[in-house]
Structures are given as structure tokens and as C-alpha cells.
Design a protein. Structure first.
Length: 477
């Protein structure tokens, strides 16, 4: 029944005419994409299988572009295939895969368990306290690791996983004991720290560049951080408590776990060779990620340097790499989803959407216009599988609409800059760290969407109240 609903969504775009101004190929791609997202929510089939089915359907039909398909000889031009596999070559996709592989090594060497037990021993009076520790760690790393996937997926996620397991909470056994809560805190804290700093996410400079080109606003590191200072810190201060209330862990008082952690640490003895190497690789990765503007290496390449270092030193075996089902499953569904998201742009769906928005918001007052644009921009993230793609496709167009309407330039940039990252709270496929945390299996997709909807209201309300007041004091509007 669930699968039938998803198929019906896709087929409906072949029966119902495309909306005025939208191309037929774009309408069909939208149908396949919408059906895939419905499958995620309804759990009609595994995510990888759903994406693969959608890609094959688009390939067989040429996504409704008649010149691309010759049904008489049943041939499909290379351009169709190329567009459908393009997502598998994306650097961010491979960074996420590397993050899963590093997480596997952190778990197998016992490095993550040692770090997690130390955290439980020092801060583990309560599960809520551990949530605040995770948020604080994200805040410390936020300014110096210029990739939210590197920071959240490569550094924090493996530690959070080990922390959950140290509290005897596993994906297949008692996930609600502590693990589900900690995964949600880790993922959502990452979106906040990504929003707070120009260097918090790799694509943030694209927003700054668009601000300069579209509105003539210089939104550099200091300005970006200043505007996020009060609302960002407020959000981080409230986040662990809010998630604790929404998704309350069954383990509240972790004192017993804290005492056991001290005993387990003693039982682990001295650092093993594998743990020492893993720690060294972590320091290497953190150093290279923090200094990327000097050496110029992409954060994905840095992650794979770490994977290779683990292989060369014998810390990881190739069979462990090849057998990491989480990593390769993510490659399939994330690469395919990214390809479909790119097709939405290439077939004109995104352009059509932006034009419709411009028509609908005409006549609003300047400040109201910015607020409406911010909300639409925020929720348009449901149609994207990467923050970079969302920013690349949408931010310049939205700034252009605001410029034509005479909206306050600094307010416009602030709303769109911070929402460019905060919108990642909405789905389980929005950005690299979210995908990694979701991939650990503690939080089902429907739960992630539900909490994402609640968190979206939280962010919009907070940044439109505390944020707007702070920006008023700064003279931005």
C-alpha cells in the first residue's frame, strides 16, 4: 500500500499536465523526486532501493524529454545517463562516505569508546549534561573547521555514537535510552554552528559572494559572526533542553553510568597502538581541515587522506572498508538524490519556483517581504539534498527579488545567510552530518521529519524574535 502511494505520486505527473511555465521534463523529475521523499517518510522500501528505482525510471523514460529517447530502437542518449549518475561524483558525497569509514575505525579501535567513557566520567551526571557537552564541542570546533560535514560527520558523529554505546544504547537495542537524543543534539547543534560562522560551512562564502554581487553588502567573517552571536548562542543554549523535552531519553540520571564509565576506563588499560594511531589521525584531520585556506586541499580529500593513513598503518583492514554497509548504502541514496535535485534545477523547476515566488510577494512591505522570503527559502530545503546545492540554486535569486523590492540589504543578507544552514534541520538528507547521524540508525525517518518540522518552527521563531531585535540594535534594519 505504501509503495503504491509513492508510485501513484510519480505516475500522476504523467497524467496531470505540468503547471503553467514548468517544462514537462521538470514536472516528471519533480514527480520522481516527490515519490522518493514520500517513500522515505512512509518507509515503503529502504532509502537506497527507493532512490535506485527512481533513477532507473527516469533513465528508462528519459525523464519525459522526447528528443532524448528513441522508443523504436529503445536507445537513450548519453546525456540522460550522465545527468543521472552525476551525483555519484560529487565531492561532498564522498566526504560523507569517508566520514562513515572513519567512524567505523573509531569504533573498531576502541578510540571512540575511550573518549566517550572519559566524557561520561567527567560530564555524565545526566544525559542532558552530555547533550550540552556535545553542543559545546560543536561551538568550539565551529569557527576552525570550515566544513560542517568534516566537523559533524568526521569528528563529532563517531564520538557521539561511542557515547551512546557507552551508555548501553544501541540502534537495535534501547535506542531511546540515550542514543536517539544524543544523535539529534549532535545533528541539530551542527546546523546552528554552521550558521554562526562564515567558516562554519563550506558553501557559506557563496552567500557572502551573492550578497556583494546582488546587494552590494560586504558580509565578512566578523560581520557574519557578530550577527549570529546572540541568536546563535541562544539557540545552542536552548537546543539540548528542547530536544530533551521533545524526545526524552529513558536514561535521565546517568550517575550509575558515570561510575561504571570510570571502572570501564580502568579496565581498558593503557592506550593500544590502534587507539594511538586513530588519535593521531584525528589530530591530523583537524589540523588539515582548520588550515584548508593555506594548503588548499578540499575537505573531502583531507578525509580520504585519513582513511588511507588508517589503511597504510594497518589500523583498518580493507575488508572493514569494503564491508561498511552504512557508507556504501549512503553513497547510493545520497548520490542518486543529489542527481535528482540537480535535475530539478537543470529542467527549470527551481527557476519556475523562484519566478512564482517573485510574483506572489510583490506588493508586500520591505521588512515583511524579507520575512516571507526567509520562510519560503527555509522550507524550500525540502527539495534539496545538499546545502551547497540549495544555496547555489536559490540564494542569488532570492536576494535579487529583495533588491528589486527595496528591502533592507543587511537584514536580507542576515536572514538568508543564517537560514541557509538552519534549514538543514528539516530532513534526514539535507546535509552531510545529518546523513551520518541518521545513518547510525537511532532515529527513524518519520521521527526525523517530525522533529525537523518542530525545529524549523523553533529556529524561525527564535531568529525572527531574538535575531531581529539584535539586528535592530546593530542598525541592520
Amino acid at each position: 500500500m505504501r509503495l503504491a502511494i509513492c508510485v501513484a505520486i510519480a505516475v500522476s505527473t504523467w497524467i496531470i499536465p505540468a503547471p503553467s511555465g514548468m517544462t514537462e521534463p521538470g514536472w516528471h523529475v519533480f514527480g520522481a523526486f516527490a515519490a522518493t521523499i514520500a517513500s522515505f517518510v512512509l518507509r515503503a522500501m529502504p532509502m537506497g532501493a527507493a532512490v535506485l528505482l527512481a533513477l532507473v525510471a527516469l533513465a528508462v523514460t528519459g525523464y519525459g524529454a522526447p528528443p532524448a529517447v528513441d522508443f523504436q530502437h529503445w536507445t537513450i542518449t548519453w546525456s540522460v545517463y550522465k545527468s543521472l549518475v552525476a551525483g555519484f561524483g560529487d565531492t561532498t558525497v564522498w566526504l560523507v562516505v569517508a566520514a562513515f569509514l572513519i567512524a567505523g575505525a573509531v569504533e573498531r579501535t576502541g578510540f571512540g569508546r575511550r573518549i566517550a567513557l572519559s566524557l561520561v566520567h567527567k560530564f555524565g551526571r545526566s544525559t542532558l549534561g552530555l547533550g550540552y557537552s556535545v553542543s559545546a564541542a560543536e561551538l568550539v570546533l565551529g569557527p576552525c573547521v570550515p566544513s560542517n560535514t568534516a566537523r559533524g560527520g568526521g569528528i563529532m558523529a563517531p564520538i557521539v555514537l561511542s557515547l551512546a554505546e557507552a551508555l548501553d544504547s544501541h540502534a537495535d537495542r534501547d535506542p531511546d535510552r540515550a542514543g536517539r537524543y544524543l544523535m539529534l543534539v549532535g545533528a541539530h547543534a551542527n546546523t546552528i554552528t554552521a550558521a554562526m560562522f562564515l567558516t562554519g560551512m563550506a558553501a557559506n562564502p557563496l552567500v557572502a559572494s551573492a550578497a556583494a554581487q546582488q546587494l552590494g553588502v560586504e558580509f565578512g567573517w566578523g560581520t557574519w559572526a557578530l550577527g549570529a552571536l546572540v541568536p546563535g548562542l541562544t539557540a545552542l543554549a536552548l537546543l539540548p533542553a528542547l530536544l530533551y523535552w521533545i524526545e526524552r531519553p529513558t536514561l535521565a540520571n546517568a550517575s550509575a553510568a558515570r561510575n561504571r564509565a570510570a571502572q570501564d576506563l580502568d579496565g581498558m588499560g593503557a592506550w593500544s597502538r590502534g587507539q594511538q594511531i586513530m588519535g593521531g589521525v584525528f589530530v591530523l584531520l583537524l589540523g588539515l581541515w582548520a588550515t584548508s585556506k593555506w594548503h588548499g586541499m578540499h575537505s573531502g580529500l583531507v578525509a580520504w587522506i585519513g582513511v588511507c593513513a588508517l589503511l597504510v598503518t594497518g589500523t583498518e583492514k580493507w575488508k572493514d572498508i569494503a564491508g561498511n554497509s552504512r557508507a556504501w548504502d549512503t553513497l547510493v541514496w545520497l548520490g542518486g538524490l543529489l542527481a535528482m535535485a540537480n535535475l530539478l534545477k537543470d529542467t527549470g523547476v527551481i527557476g519556475w519556483f523562484a519566478a512564482e515566488i517573485q510574483t506572489q510577494v510583490s506588493g508586500l512591505s520591505s521588512v515583511t517581504l524579507v520575512l516571507v522570503l526567509g520562510i519560503v527559502y527555509f522550507y524550500s530545503m525540502y527539495g534539496f539534498s545538499m546545502l551547497t546545492a540549495h544555496i547555489s540554486a536559490m540564494v542569488a535569486a532570492f536576494m535579487g527579488v529583495a533588491a528589486v523590492a527595496g528591502a533592507p540589504p543587511m537584514l536580507t543578507v542576515a536572514v538568508l545567510a543564517y537560514f541557509s544552514n538552519l534549514c538543514a534541520c528539516t530532513t534526514n538528507y539535507s546535509t552531510g552530518p545529518t546523513i551520518v547521524y541518521f545513518g547510525f540508525g537511532y532515529v527513524p525517518a518519520p521521527t526525523w521529519f517530525k522533529i525537523g518540522a518542530i525545529m524549523s518552527v523553533f529556529h524561525i521563531a527564535l531568529w525572527f524574535s531574538v535575531g531581529m531585535l539584535w539586528w535592530k540594535l546593530l542598525g541592520w534594519w
